[in-house]
Structure formats: C-alpha cells, structure tokens
Design a binder for this molecule. Structure first.
Ligand code: 13P
Ligand code: SF4
Length: 302
C-alpha cells in the first residue's frame, strides 16, 4: 500500500478528517479533505461529523480547532510546527493598555497563542479583520500581534484609533518594494496580489490585497493572465489547480514558511497510526480563549 492509501484507510478506521492550510506542501494538500485559509479552517472545524481532526498547519491552528471543539481529538502531524508571530505579544502589555484606555478593544489576530487569545476581546483573521474591527463599538483598538495587518486595517478605518504592537510574520515581512519592482520589470503585464501581512511598502505597490483565499479567488476571477504573488509559495498549488494556463510569479527570495513545510505525508500517517501529538489544553484556557474565537465566527458571518 502507498502512504496515501494507508492514510485513506486509517482515516476511515479512526473516523478522522484532514484539514490543511494553503501553505503546506502540495502532496499534503492533496490528501486533505478541506483546504483553506485560517478563517475558512476555523469555521469548517466547527460541526465536522468526524471525531478526530488531523490539522496540517501550525500550532495555533490546531489549538483553535481544539478550543472550538473541545470534545474532539485534534492531532498535529508535527508538534513542533509553530508560527513565530503567534508569540510576538505579551499579556502584561495588554493589561497595561486596558488600564491606559477606557474605551479599548483588544483585537487578536488568530495567529497567536491561546494565552494571548484568552486576554483579548475578539479574534480576527486576514479575511475578516476590517469588517470585524469596523463592527466593534470601541474606538481604541490594540491590535496584536501583527503590526503590518494592523496598519492595513487602520488605513481603512479612520474612525478608529489604533495602538500598534511590534510583531510581524518573518516570512511576509521579508518581501520588499525592491523585489516587487524587479518582478514587475521582468513581468510588466502581471498584477501584484499581496497578503496584508506584507510591509506597507509592498501593499502600496499591490493591485489587490487580501487573505490567501482572497488572492486565489481574485486570480481565478480576473481576466488577466499573469500575477506576482506576495505570500507564501504554498498557494501556488491551489492557484494552478483553479487557474490552469495562468502564470504565477513569486518574489526572488521565494517566501517559504519552514514550519508549514515541516508537515509531511509520513508524519500524517504516523499520527493516524499512533494517536501521538494530540492537542491537549487546560479547561480554563479553552473556556477563556473560546469566547474571542466564537465572537469572530459570529461577527464574521455578518
Ligand atoms: P490566512 O490564512 O488568513 O491568509 O493567513 C496566512 C497565514 O500566515 C497563516 O499562517
Ligand atoms: Fe506564521 Fe508567517 Fe508561517 Fe503564517 S507564514 S505560519 S504567519 S510564520
């Protein structure tokens, strides 16, 4: 039996379902039952009929799935796969901001630890951040951990007062204006599609800014044929699947998230066989961090 066939068989035996983010390896996306961006995956995780969720993504994704489904078993193919940005904020600063501003909402990007979520008022993803922050009654917004996404949201909501936190995604933050100019010089007919985790100078040069799903559906619907993609290279698999014949270019340094790439078919097979790397969280962490996540799902529908 091939690894893929064994995964299929064990999935049935264990009543398991595989969720994968667009940044994981193509062969991992191939065996997934659901592939998507962070918002889609957190929404889909709620109400799945299977008892076990194998989450092909980084730690905060598996934990969010567990927090939203505490009665399910969530398995991580690579327990060490983590998002560096998820740790780039701290509870002491949140508490300080709460004392400093009376009318404050702490808005937590889903790329964050469960502990940070627990101390926040609402979670957001790159797909819904603008709409959710707009809907909040508070004027002062402490946005953690990503400063680039915070600036992108703030620009569209001048009625809010943003307080920024010094975190960022090291992969997206590395993409530069110079790289975009070089790519445009090489492919003058291409549109630039960028993720809001990119620095402002990259977003200024972009024709479209959106989450990974946003980028994929923009390219799919566009009448144009060529695109410079400013996000992690894993999206190429879905882009090519949905847009055969169109051309996708990445910046010279090719943005790769090694943590996402650490997930392999063999590791999926291993956790399905052994039940290892189960996400286990304290009841208090689950209860505390569930509220901001559920509020996101609720506001995200509107
Ligand atoms: P989205 O899935 O919201 O596009 O975010 C990208 C990302 O960096 C996930 O880690
Ligand atoms: Fe985190 Fe960036 Fe990797 Fe996404 S691409 S998981 S934000 S380090």
């Amino acid at each position: 039996m091939t690894v893929k066939e064994e995964i299929e068989q064990l999935k049935k035996e264990r009543n398991a379902v595989i969720l994968a983010h667009y940044y994981v390896r193509p062969e991992v996306q191939e065996v997934a039952d659901y592939i998507g961006d962070s918002f889609y995956l957190s929404r889909i995780a709620v109400g799945l009929k299977e008892q076990t969720i194998v989450f092909c993504g980084v730690s905060f994704m598996g934990k969010s799935a567990k927090i939203l489904n505490p009665e399910k078993t969530v398995l991580m193919p690579d327990a060490a796969a983590d998002c560096a940005m998820a740790h780039m904020a701290d509870v002491q600063t949140i508490e300080r901001m709460r004392k400093e501003y009376e009318d404050l909402a702490v808005v937590c990007y889903i790329n964050s630890t469960a502990e940070l979520k627990r101390h926040s008022d609402v979670c957001v993803t790159s797909a819904n951040a603008v709409n959710i922050v707009r809907a909040l009654p508070e004027r002062n917004i402490f946005f953690i951990p990503d400063r680039h996404l915070a600036h992108f949201v703030a620009e569209q909501l001048p009625e809010k007062n943003f307080i920024y936190n010094d975190g960022c995604c090291p992969i997206h933050a590395r993409i530069s204006r110079e790289e975009i100019h070089k790519a445009k010089a090489k492919h003058p007919g291409a549109l630039v599609l960028a993720h809001p985790e990119c620095p402002g100078e990259v977003l200024e040069a972009a024709d479209y800014i959106g989450s990974t799903s946003g980028i994929i559906s923009y390219a799919e619907k566009s009448s144009r044929e060529e695109f410079i993609i400013c996000t992690e290279v894993g999206v190429e698999y879905e882009l090519q699947k949905r847009c055969p014949g169109k051309k996708f270019y990445f910046t010279e340094t090719r943005p790769v998230c090694q943590d996402m790439k650490s997930i392999t078919l063999e590791k999926i097979l291993h956790v399905l066989r052994t039940g290892e790397n189960e996400v286990l969280l304290d009841g208090s962490v689950i209860t505390g961090s569930r509220k901001p996540l559920e509020r996101m799902l609720d506001l995200g529908q509107k």
